[in-house]
Design a binder for this molecule. Sequence first.
Ligand code: FPP
Length: 224
Amino acid sequence: MDGNGRWAGKRGLPRSAGHAAGAETFRRVATYCKEIGIEYLTVYAFSTENWKRPPEEVSTIMELLDKYLREALLKMERDRVKMRFFGDMSLLSPGLRRLIEETEEVSGRFEGVQVNICVNYGGRDEILRAAGSYAADVAAGLVPSGGRPDEATFSRYMYSSGIPDPDLIIRPSGEMRLSNFLLWQSAYSELYFTDVLWPDFDERELDRAIIAFQARHRRYGGIV
Ligand code: FPP
């Protein structure tokens, strides 16, 4: 969800206003995804590198998440969206951690649409954690030792365990890199870059990205 700061700067507003507008865009895009039948939406809300930002900005983002989750919990029965969180939650405040646990627990029984929010998430960090957990399972005799895991087995150690790899990854705001997002899962994802800043991203922009995706030829290394 990139470009919030630049969106605010262009309007002479504080960066916090850009993040608030970005959170609104997330609500809108998530609702639209549900309407058009997208089964999984994963958004990058806060990276393992974002702690480098000024403390006030980090607090703003955490407060927006807190606010969003409280509202989501109230509307959960109506929206029926399953929510999961990818990342190391141990560095978050106890209050936010509790909200996240409650959201995952309450929404866990819904099926159909799943929204994943990456918080204190890094793709490399995720792979290292998966390797550590796999090694621990080998040491505990829970998986066979001596060999190496196959891709399907190792995928189960990722935060995204049990869900398909993303078909399409959209990076707004003119940057053309993945910035540590879903490094394992993105091996064969189609990438879509747009100059639109995240707060300006809307239903039409998502339609554009999907239409571009539909014209791609996915060969997965083959020649079809
Ligand atoms: C990147 O834009 C955006 C972030 C680091 C924060 C995104 C967080 C939210 C939209 C709010 C909370 C999320 C939810 C799901 C309610 P940037 O600040 O790097 O923008 P810039 O590159 O223009 O400075």
